[in-house]
Ligand binder design. Structure first.
Ligand SMILES: [Zn+2]
Length: 227
């Protein structure tokens, strides 16, 4: 195949990050989480990274064109010559259009937008089951998937386990509503272009990975057959 230029889409709690890292290993494609490549560009003081830093230092949101500049810097590196996996951008329709225009300038096009779909009640279960240590917020448990030895107590330091504000059901529902409002026009857009690939995400991570693999295998086969 020419290239696998991929975007990952999915609601909070859909396991996008896990899948992105898995794809990176199995397909030898770089995984670009927007926040990570933005921070890296600032640290490496690339041309666009310096611009991004000005906004960040003022506490302002980094504008879309600067983020697209950071992505473009990556796409021109050798590591991305066979493709890439982008996570966290675009989140809105104007961002998708701007990214597409930039990729056109670089003579590339998106191969697929992979949408990991998870029903709302499953997301509430996944995010709502998280418990965080009051002593150290990096100690995270899950009532179903990774429970502490003793109810409500951190295994590592005995701290009290609490539900973070972000993980309260009402807050999760609000985050999901925002996600749907912004992202649905985006999925319609990619669907119209014929590159949207829906993957059922309400399964264990290795099963979701299998499904994504079969989507990518089909794309490669179609490409080889010149479809
Ligand atoms: Zn702890």
């Amino acid at each position: 195949m020419s290239q696998l230029n991929l975007i990952l889409l999915g609601p909070p709690g859909s396991g996008k990050g896990t899948q992105g890292k898995g794809l990176q290993e199995d397909h030898r494609l770089p995984y670009y989480a927007t926040g990570d490549i933005l921070r890296a560009a600032v640290e490496e003081q690339t041309e666009v990274g310096k611009k991004a830093k000005e906004y960040m230092e003022r506490g302002d949101l980094v504008p879309d064109d600067v983020i697209i500049g950071v992505i473009a810097e990556r796409l021109q590196k050798e590591e991305a010559s066979d493709g890439f996996i982008l996570d966290g951008f675009p989140r809105t329709l104007p961002q998708a259009e701007a990214l597409e225009a930039k990729m056109g300038e670089l003579h590339r096009e998106l191969t697929a937008a992979i949408l990991i779909e998870v029903p709302e009640e499953e997301i509430v279960r996944r995010l709502g089951g998280r418990r965080t240590c009051e002593e150290n917020p990096s100690h995270i448990y899950h009532l179903d998937f990774d429970p502490p030895a003793k109810d409500g107590v951190c295994d590592l330091d005995g701290g009290k386990l609490v539900v973070r504000d972000d993980d309260k059901p009402e807050v999760i529902k609000n985050r999901l509503a925002q996600y749907h409002e912004k992202t649905e026009p985006l999925t319609d857009y990619f669907e119209d272009k014929g590159i949207l690939q829906r993957v059922e995400g309400a399964h264990p991570p290795d099963e979701v990975e299998e499904r994504i693999h079969s989507v990518l295998a089909t794309l490669r086969r179609e490409d080889e057959e010149g479809m």
